[in-house]
Ligand binder design. Sequence first.
Ligand code: NAP
Length: 285
Amino acid sequence: MTQTQKILVTGATGTVGRQVVAELLARGHAVRALTRDAARADFPAGVEVVQGDLTEPATLIPALDGVSGLHLITFGGAYFAPLETGPRILELARAAGVRRVTVLHGGGPSLLEDAVRADDGVDWTVLMPVEFMGNALEWADGIVTSGEVREPFVSRLSAMVHEGDIGAVAAVALTEEGHGGQEYVITGPELLTVTDKVAAMAAARGREIALVELTEEQAVAQWRAAGHPEDVIGFLLEAYGNTPEVGRTVVDTVEKVTGRPARTFGQWAAEHTDAFVAQPREATS
Ligand SMILES: NC(=O)c1ccc[n+]([C@@H]2O[C@H](COP(=O)([O-])OP(=O)(O)OC[C@H]3O[C@@H](n4cnc5c(N)ncnc54)[C@H](OP(=O)(O)O)[C@@H]3O)[C@@H](O)[C@H]2O)c1
């Protein structure tokens, strides 16, 4: 049984951060959640909400007071703009007595991640998840409005990971011994194509979903129409059209670190059926 610890979670309103919060709470720890807008944030009962901005490290000083662990993201704005303030954040964390740090790897160079890795005063763990299962929520609108998913590269393989499992690995690394200096690639338990994912979602919601394969040109047009900047479109084309081996190789990190098997995409789809069916309109008076 591990002792109750207090952990500061940054990115706490995000896809992964919410799961880090939930997994820490489930293990009986105290959670302080950072957001830039405390009035808008919606956290489970018992979470202490603090306002702060990673691009302004001084705003983190009260948030860091009395915490033993810190979960960090590497970005600080729209389209995951890399944080320039990493070294200062790490200095403040060390001064506050933080002993364990996890950092959610962002896929590219990061001053923050470099500062974490160079810090021999804390036990740091770099979390390197592959594609999130939650990315499938981007298909929700198309499924609800026209019963179809429009995607390129439908045969590409992905070892996609449940966000809850990233949160679980983070929660263990932040509160238990033995994870310092580790880089954890985190995947789900199976390799799936887009076709497999769409079939799993159709099974979960109990209605067929048509999969329309787009050409690269059609996909680029769709992403542009959705407002994605050109560098993001380039990233998506490369990640989907030429998925690196790490993204299509299953590893057993979740089970090794948490003692539980990694969750399947079928489980994820069953948990999210509400997003894939039309919701009844609320009555207006
Ligand atoms: N999607 C994938 O398949 C995938 C796979 C591997 C790795 N990744 C990496 O995962 C990361 C994205 O994680 P996510 O999806 O959990 O993010 P997300 O859902 O987009 O959430 C963004 C979070 O960042 C916080 N934030 C942004 N700027 C901030 C600032 N200046 N100060 C404080 N907080 C700030 C937001 O907090 P507030 O708005 O509440 O302030 C929010 O909680 C990226 O680094 C990405 O490269 C993604």
